[in-house]
Design a protein around this ligand. Structure first.
Ligand code: ACO
Ligand code: HSE
Length: 358
């Protein structure tokens, strides 16, 4: 095995690509990051809604640097880790910002709808282009977790382990409700212009509002209370109408921050893909779909996750005798999969040591 750490950060072309809808994209590229020894077992990481391919990150700060890296729970001296920016994303993969070869302009709202299954099929094609035909594990949280579940069903003999985090077998009504508010905020922004917005004047207010409502769903009441309480800039009698609270400036900050790193159309397409997530769709039901999984499963949920309640993932995997299921005790709720790695990273480390049992 080659021990020297290799790092790649580039694009792979998979050519024309037919989507679940039957529409065809004439040319698809996926941007990816690949870290670790080239001969080592491969771990595919799938990112969440506003994530990207920079999981470990050498040219960019890696969003899972606390979990993955040299000597970390997913050790990049033992495994190579590959992450693709999702189809429909805005970090280098084909998406609404890409040039439509038929018009010579960016697709924007002409981009076709994509599903989580489309995202997974595109990754499978891309891996084959890269000469990879087997995965030691597929790991991901939230939208990434949806991809993990679909990977296990669409390509059941491709991997030894599935590690879905902070996800459910189908998106709940509560999750769709939050996404619906986000869509409303973006599409009612006067700058949105049916999705054909001027790139220099994107619908920032709508996207920021979408992120703000998203942030509320990613955390818990308990965390907000402990972190912010009623702190803020206000008169002691709290009667001042212009009082502003720390929780407000936090949400404004997070909303504004996203507008500097994310495309509003991509956000809409990926929200729709999440809404459509239902592993039972076209397969009878969730139980029938789950039975198609052949790999070992380590499923991890996070206490207080509002949109992906632990009970839903648990009920799916009680159907799978070889599945392990853990609920992480946290105040973070859904965003628990991005923090407190010492609480759940060891579970993944142990899982990756095991070989295929089935
Ligand atoms: C799967 C994925 O790939 S998603 C990509 C990673 N996720 C993100 O980047 C989403 C945005 N970030 C986050 O959600 C969080 O930073 C996490 C989950 C990564 C970490 O959570 P935490 O450590 O609790 O960070 P927290 O939610 O407090 O945010 C900290 C930021 O808010 C700012 N902030 C905190 N309180 C306030 C306040 N009252 N007013 C204004 N700003 C505030 C901090 O200055 C800090 O700014 P910075 O990120 O520019 O350094
Ligand atoms: N913090 C996550 C939430 C969605 O899982 C993200 O921004 O993608």
């Amino acid at each position: 095995m080659e021990r020297e750490k290799r790092y790649e950060d580039r694009n792979v072309s998979i050519g024309p690509f037919v989507l679940e809808s039957g529409e065809e994209l004439p040319s698809v590229e996926l941007a990816y990051e690949r870290v670790g020894p080239t001969e080592a077992p491969v771990i595919l990481v799938c990112h969440a809604l506003t994530g990207n391919q920079y999981t470990v990150g050498e040219s960019e700060p890696g969003w899972w640097k606390g979990l993955i890296g040299h000597g970390k729970y997913v050790d990049t001296s033992e495994f190579q880790v590959i992450t693709f920016n999702v189809l429909g994303g805005c970090n280098g993969s084909t998406g609404p910002l890409s040039i439509n070869p038929e018009t010579g302009h960016a697709y924007q709202s002409d981009f076709p709808f994509v599903t989580v299954r489309d995202i997974v099929h595109s990754q499978n094609k891309a891996l084959q282009e890269l000469g990879i035909h087997h995965l030691h594990a597929v790991i991901g949280g939230s939208l990434g977790g949806m991809q993990v579940l679909e990977w296990g069903i669409l390509y059941p003999d491709w991997m030894d382990h599935l590690v879905p985090l902070a996800v459910t077998p189908s998106l709940s009504a509560y999750g769709i409700a939050y996404n619906s508010i986000s869509r409303f905020a973006i599409t009612k922004d006067p700058a949105w212009k049916d999705g054909y917005y001027n790139p220099d004047h994107p619908p920032t207010a709508g996207l920021a509002t979408a992120r703000m409502v998203g942030m509320i769903s990613y955390r818990t009441d308990d965390m907000f209370q402990k972190k912010f309480g009623r702190n803020g800039n206000r008169r002691s009698d709290e009667s001042h109408t212009e009082a502003s609270y720390d929780v407000e400036s936090y949400l404004h900050y997070q909303g504004n921050k996203l507008t500097h790193r994310f495309d509003a159309n991509s956000y809409l397409y990926l929200l729709k893909a999440m809404d459509m997530h239902d592993i039972g769709r076209g397969r009878g039901d969730i139980a029938s779909a789950a039975k198609q999984i052949q790999s070992n499963v380590l499923a991890i949920s996070f206490k207080g996750d509002l949109i992906y309640p632990p009970r839903d993932l648990d009920s799916m995997f009680t159907l799978e005798s070889l599945a392990k299921f853990y609920i992480v005790d946290t105040k973070f709720g859904h965003d628990g999969f991005l923090v407190e790695f010492d609480k759940w990273g060891p579970l993944i480390k142990e899982q990756l040591k095991e070989t295929l049992k089935i």
